[in-house]
Design a protein around this ligand. Structure first.
Ligand code: DGP
Length: 110
């Protein structure tokens, strides 16, 4: 079972900042900003492209959860990052959004 599936199943105890039947959010353990939250589908998909191909409702909920979290945390701006594939820096092969906030972000990203 992948690490995010272990988090979703409760095998690895984790505090959830957003929780629904299909989606979970929790803090990234290697934060890259004062706010760094991972938003994942409970079900295992290797990346968000694979999720989006079969389940647009859950894909949309990932973004809705990001909006809700950003609002509840009072972020005036934030960045959503989706690394897809090793060359883009994806290290955990379970679909996820990164919600980053609390500092300025440069463009273009590294
Ligand atoms: P990516 O590189 O886009 O696949 O992002 C994976 C992120 O997941 C990375 O920022 C570190 C984080 N991460 C990996 N394992 C764990 C874990 O067990 N718990 C938490 N909270 N975060 C994890």
């Amino acid at each position: 079972m992948c690490i995010f599936c272990q988090i979703a199943s409760g095998e690895i105890p984790t505090e959830f900042l957003y929780e629904s039947a299909k989606v979970l959010a929790f803090k990234d353990f290697l934060p890259q900003a004062p706010v760094h939250i991972l938003i994942i589908p409970r079900a295992h998909f290797e990346n968000t492209a694979e999720l989006a191909a079969v389940d647009s409702e859950t894909t949309g909920e990932l973004f809705g959860a990001a909006r809700e979290l950003a609002t509840s945390l009072g972020l005036d701006g934030y960045r959503i990052t989706i690394n897809t594939g090793a060359s883009a820096g994806q290290s955990v092969l379970h679909a996820h959004l990164h919600l980053l906030g609390g500092r300025p972000f440069a463009w273009p990203p590294g």
